[in-house]
Design a protein around this ligand. Structure first.
Ligand SMILES: NC(=O)c1ccc[n+]([C@@H]2O[C@H](COP(=O)([O-])OP(=O)(O)OC[C@H]3O[C@@H](n4cnc5c(N)ncnc54)[C@H](O)[C@@H]3O)[C@@H](O)[C@H]2O)c1
Ligand SMILES: O=C(O)C(=O)C[C@@H](O)[C@H](O)[C@H](O)COP(=O)(O)O
Ligand SMILES: [Zn+2]
Length: 357
């Protein structure tokens, strides 16, 4: 395995998953190893690590898949399994799956006996480039995304793009949205490269390189500000409206993948970048058209404006009842804590709707 040269996140690109995991676990002063999966990662991904010394089927914890199961009851199931299995401070939890199990498992590990170590083995594109790295752990609560959680870095993150062999196209496309976000906040050249990559018909060799580059961008912001006091908020570009649309869709009974919600949120926030920070309108239009080509359009009617606005009022970046966005001054130049009024936000939703073609 190859260790990426980061200070805060301990990320390895796998060369032979089972051998690499064996090597990682051997280096630990540890006792029991527990593995958390969801239904799908148990079926498709667990067999690839089942034979590793120290991995024992009896200590595998399987939760239901999907973001609607990223809740406190599932955390309680993990805590119970750790407790019944005799986990102690020398135990290690391996979170094997997408961002749902890595967020939830990280939170369960960080809180069990005030914290045991955990290793993330991310199995979706989204979790490899984003969710498994950087230490944000947590669960949804009362419909609000990641409302409960703690910052706790994984002890190690082991990335293997071979997991994409069983991942469906929708989930690849979802993860690609966070890669788009990373390039837009960091580098105009990166955006030029990424927009010519066809995620609907991917070249997996090239994708592996892009994954490593995208993780590096995430790490750049995490390292600068691990607990999101300032510049890390850049990683939330697209998320104020994105999380509002995601929560709205879930409540309306049409749950959507997180990356799709972020893609739609980026369209609205590109518009706010134009009106608040002077991003050229032609650039916002071109990026929004490209996003719409890949992600289609999820309808949010004008009559739902107030509901969307209400969700944005719960965003974690808000302060003193002001709604703060992370927006673009230019492609590759991000500004955080940009305050937007209700009228600004409703205009952004009108712009979002104008892409419903
Ligand atoms: N902590 C962070 O910094 C951060 C960053 C971005 C997103 N997130 C969170 O991550 C979650 C989204 O992550 P996600 O998109 O990975 O979703 P996910 O974990 O729900 O996985 C998506 C689907 O793919 C399945 N799956 C996973 N790996 C597979 C594989 N290799 N083959 C076949 N199926 C597989 C899962 O079972 C699930 O059905 C959201 O909860 C989001 O809020 C967190
Ligand atoms: O790592 C970060 O910081 C991010 O904001 C990454 C986001 O892609 C991710 O969706 C994160 O979970 C959002 O966090 P939240 O604090 O807005 O809940
Ligand atoms: Zn996200």
């Amino acid at each position: 395995m190859v260790r990426l040269n980061f200070k805060v996140s301990n990320v390895y690109m796998a060369e032979n998953l089972a051998d690499d995991l064996d090597q990682l676990l051997n280096a630990y002063n540890r006792d029991k190893v527990f593995v958390l999966t969801d239904d799908n990662s148990f079926r498709y991904c667990y067999p690839r690590i089942a034979g590793v010394k120290g991995i024992d089927a009896a200590r595998t914890i399987v939760i239901e898949s999907g973001d609607d199961h990223k809740h406190i009851e599932a955390v309680a199931k993990v805590w119970k399994a750790l407790s019944n299995g005799g986990a102690d401070r020398k135990s290690v939890l391996i979170n094997l799956g997408g961002g749902m199990p890595t967020d939830l498992g990280g939170f369960a590990a960080a809180t069990f006996k005030r914290g045991i170590r955990f290793i993330n083995i991310p199995t979706t594109l989204l979790s490899q480039v984003d969710a498994s790295v950087g230490g944000k752990t947590g669960i949804n609560f009362e419909g609000f995304k990641n409302e409960i959680g703690v910052f706790q870095q994984a002890d190690a993150v082991l990335v293997d793009t071979q997991f994409f062999e069983t991942l469906d196209s929708d989930n690849l496309v979802s993860g690609f949205a966070e890669m788009i976000k990373h390039t837009l906040i960091y580098t105009s050249q990166g955006w030029n490269d990424l927009k010519s990559f066809d995620i609907l018909n991917p070249d997996f060799v090239r994708l592996k390189q892009l994954v490593a580059e995208s993780i590096s961008i995430k790490d750049f912001f995490v390292e600068a500000d691990p607990r999101e006091q300032g510049i890390r908020k850049a990683l939330n570009f697209g998320h104020t409206l994105g999380h509002a649309i995601e929560s709205f869709a879930l409540k309306a009974g049409s749950p959507m993948l997180h990356g799709h919600a972020v893609a739609y949120g980026m369209i609205g926030e590109l518009y706010l970048s134009v009106t608040k920070l002077g991003l050229p309108r032609a650039e916002a239009d071109a990026i929004s058209a490209e996003i719409t080509r890949v992600y289609g359009h999820f309808p949010v009617l004008a009559e739902h404006n107030d509901v969307i606005f209400e969700w944005t009022r719960h965003d974690k970046k808000n302060e003193d009842d002001r709604i703060n966005f992370s927006l673009l001054k230019a492609i590759g130049q991000v500004e955080v804590n940009v305050n937007c009024s209700k009228a600004d936000i409703l205009d952004a939703m009108d712009y979002y709707r104008s892409f419903n073609k």
